[in-house]
Design a protein around this ligand. Structure first.
Ligand code: ADP
Ligand code: GN1
Ligand code: MG
Length: 356
């Protein structure tokens, strides 16, 4: 056993696990928390070192998660099960903060959409998840990352990183920078709509990429929506748009060869069918109109966040190599450019999905 594994084992032993620990190893492709698969002779668990740079208030974070998971469980919905520490706390509050969940067995997570039906299933599940959250009392939630999807704010953060240019990288991303700067007048539509009341403020997941949902390993139907860290008041448009930016692409988020990165209208239609079918009784006319734009906005916002992090020296998203965030930014901007050309088609597909 390496020193590192020994440390994690000592941490894992502080939680109420069933059985003796037999193995601990890194798991999954999340960009934020350090995720470990802990195996005992009886069960499996997910243990995470929580990213306190991103989530500086773990009490508030775990309070949100416990509240939402209890709400879901009471309605018979499969969800994350927080495993308490031996002292009965929802997370281990040492110099570093850890939490543990029961491993949801017989499920898979995809880093890329395997087929249309699976993506439609995920759309239905995120739409239904939105309906469950609509019944959750928003006043019980802390705003874990303020202004998370405030795109004009994200744009200002990008401009500040560009101006500081701490690592002398601005010269390596001039084309991407130009694209982001030249589209700045389009960034305010959702946040302005929330402010003037033309778009309803709802409780939303805010990070609806495909690897934040567990699909049944046999049927590919959705089993559980996970990564509940960013549940906050927001717009339904964020949840729709973020799923599209990740899933309606023919390549992974970090594909280096842009000739493989295509925005797929077929995949867009599949997700729209699933999502719209689930929310058609609550979605407003304005929200429905903005679904295509939300996909474009969430894609470009994510692109600018990746580029900001590249300029800042890769301090926010987990990266495997120096240019990783730049590569991710490029796929996002390429997708956003393609979406701009298909707003008309996307609107028709949304209309069809809502009419079903
Ligand atoms: P991050 O915030 O870093 O994205 P996640 O909470 O999304 O971390 O977890 C990372 C990955 O770990 C997920 O994409 C999924 O594959 C896996 N995972 C997380 N929780 C569970 C769970 N309870 N059961 C099974 N797999 C899980
Ligand atoms: C992060 O945590 P994860 O890997 O599911 C990020 C999202 C980004 C996404 C890009 C808290 O999601 O906002 O859209 O990476 N989460 C946070 O892949 O910033
Ligand atoms: Mg995740």
């Amino acid at each position: 056993m390496t020193e590192c594994t020994k440390t994690y084992k000592a941490v894992a032993e502080r939680f109420c696990l069933d059985g003796e620990i037999t193995d601990i190893r890194p798991y999954g492709e999340g960009h934020i928390n350090l995720t470990l698969l802990v195996t005992t002779d009886k069960k499996r668990y997910i243990m995470q070192k929580m990213n306190t740079r991103v989530f500086p208030d773990p009490d508030a974070l775990m309070n949100n998660i416990c509240g939402v998971t209890e709400h879901l469980r009471a309605r018979g919905v499969e969800t994350l099960e927080v495993i308490p520490t031996k002292e009965g706390a929802p997370y281990l509050n040492g110099d570093e903060k850890y939490r543990t969940y029961a491993f949801i067995e017989n499920t898979v997570t995809y880093q890329q959409v395997p087929d249309k039906q699976t993506f439609e299933n995920s759309g239905k599940a995120f739409g239904e998840f939105q309906n469950y959250l609509a019944e959750f009392d928003a006043s019980r939630l802390s705003e874990i990352i303020p202004r998370f999807h405030d795109t004009p704010k994200r744009f200002n953060d990008f401009c500040a990183a560009l101006e500081a240019d701490k690592f002398d990288r601005a010269k390596l991303c001039r084309e991407e920078t130009q694209f982001i700067l030249s589209h700045k007048d389009t960034y305010g539509k959702i946040i302005d709509g929330l402010k003037d009341g033309s778009i309803p403020l709802r409780v939303t997941h805010n990070d609806t990429k495909l690897n934040n949902i567990l699909m049944d390993a046999k049927t590919n139907r959705a089993r559980a929506v996970i990564d509940l860290d960013t549940i906050m008041p927001g717009s339904m448009l964020y949840d729709f748009g973020d799923s599209i930016r990740f899933g309606a692409s023919t390549a992974p988020e970090d594909e280096k060869d842009l000739s493989k990165v295509h925005f797929s209208l077929e995949l867009f239609a599949a997700y729209a069918n699933g999502f719209c079918g689930a929310v058609k009784d609550s979605i407003t006319k304005r929200e429905a109109e903005l679904l295509p734009y939300s996909a474009y906005l969430m894609t470009i916002e994510c692109g600018m966040r990746f580029l900001t992090d590249y300029l800042d020296g890769n301090v926010y998203f987990a990266t495997k190599y120096e240019e990783h965030n730049l590569v991710r930014c490029r796929t996002q901007l390429s997708l956003a450019k393609q979406m701009e050309e298909h707003f008309g088609d996307m609107s028709k597909l949304v209309e069809t999905a809502l009419a079903k």
